[in-house]
Design a protein around this ligand. Structure first.
Ligand SMILES: NC(=O)C1=CN([C@@H]2O[C@H](COP(=O)(O)OP(=O)(O)OC[C@H]3O[C@@H](n4cnc5c(N)ncnc54)[C@H](OP(=O)(O)O)[C@@H]3O)[C@@H](O)[C@H]2O)C=CC1
Ligand SMILES: CC(C)(CO)C(=O)C(=O)O
Length: 300
């Protein structure tokens, strides 16, 4: 049994806590101290999630052996900076988010014995008060992000995630992250702006825009050394639209609830890399501007 710390009390954090608490001791690191009872709910099950909570201030330096960070893309860097001192000398850090974040500087600052991993997951859930509703179990991929992790990722996966439905390891996680990014770019902004469920994007009127978006992702990925086939990205996007046909994407829900979106880590990431490489990405640029405009309007 391992001691596992999970940052936050968000939807993915609680889904992971529920699963991992079957074999491990779980501590959630929360912003404020409070005695909450977290619950896990599916169509047929409701149960309490066995876990304790601590604030960051309550954690001694170098005390965490395994730290999972399932936060929004725009929160990752701040959280990494705040939590690095609490990670033990041989600690394992596991990032899990949608979109792309340049965490290379933060990972380079880790000690040579500290390992970093990525958990890319399409499990789905949402939170109402202290209950997480588990609504879907898509694929999960786990892989190393730095050299110490390259030696240990199979063992860490076996210990933590091998009993997850539809979970597997990959030595090279970057192509997986690019594919997830492509799917999110095909689905999230358009579904949010049009306020439609994911499956509605299969209508012919969206096809040209989706093809152009995927073409831009493929070109920018290639400029970073990641080779992806355009046909694979398009097929993947339409497969996920079909698998999640009745779901509203996270960005759709974020905009509807006046919450900040992860657009900067999706279309924004593509635009930033494209600018450095002199690649034109007008379709990603347009969605980036439109989603940010919609969010600014909603906040007024
Ligand atoms: N929900 C889903 O079905 C899926 C989500 N994802 C991705 O996983 C990531 C996490 O998503 P999700 O769980 O939905 O997000 P949530 O916003 O529900 O969870 C993030 C949690 O982290 C907390 N947090 C952030 N910064 C800190 C901090 N400095 N100290 C303490 N707590 C902090 C947040 O608190 P606060 O709210 O106060 O900021 C929140 O409780 C996202 O990138 C998302 O796109 C991927 C697949 C499916
Ligand atoms: C896969 C998809 C598009 C499911 O809705 C998702 O990851 C999201 O909504 O952020």
């Amino acid at each position: 049994m391992a001691n596992i710390h999970i940052l936050g009390e968000g939807a993915i954090g609680l889904l992971l806590a529920q699963h991992l608490s079957q074999s491990h001791q779980i501590t959630l690191i929360t912003r404020n101290k409070r005695a909450a009872t977290y619950r896990y709910q599916t169509a047929s099950i409701q149960q309490t999630i066995p876990c304790s909570t601590k604030t960051l201030a309550e954690l001694p330096a170098s005390s965490i052996d395994t730290l999972i960070i399932p936060v929004k893309a725009y929160q990752v860097i701040e959280v990494l900076r705040a939590l690095r001192p609490a990670l033990s000398k041989n600690g394992a850090l596991i990032l899990s988010h949608n979109g792309m974040v340049d965490w290379s500087g933060e990972l380079a600052a880790l000690e040579k014995t500290q390992s970093a991993y990525f958990l890319s997951t399409s499990i789905a859930g949402y939170k109402v008060a202290d209950t997480v509703h588990h609504t879907g179990q898509g694929a999960t991929w786990f892989g190393p992000l730095n050299s110490p992790a390259e030696c240990h990722y199979q063992r860490v996966f076996s210990q933590l995630f091998s009993t997850f439905e539809n979970a597997q390891t990959t030595f090279d996680i970057m192509p997986t992250l690019w594919k997830k990014l492509a799917v999110n770019i095909a689905i999230n902004p358009l579904s949010a702006l049009e306020q439609v469920a994911n499956g509605q994007l299969r209508q012919p009127k969206y096809a040209a825009q989706i093809l152009n978006l995927m073409n831009e992702v493929q070109l920018v990925a290639a400029s970073t050394g990641v080779t992806l086939a355009l046909s694979e990205l398009v097929t993947l996007a339409y497969t996920v639209m079909a698998q999640t046909a009745n779901n509203r994407s996270s960005m759709n829900q974020d905009l509807a609830n006046n919450r900040r979106t992860e657009i900067d880590a999706m279309c924004g990431y593509i635009c930033e890399l494209a600018a450095k490489q002199n690649i034109d990405v007008p379709f990603n640029q347009q969605l980036l501007e439109e989603v940010n405009k919609r969010w600014q309007l909603a906040r007024q």
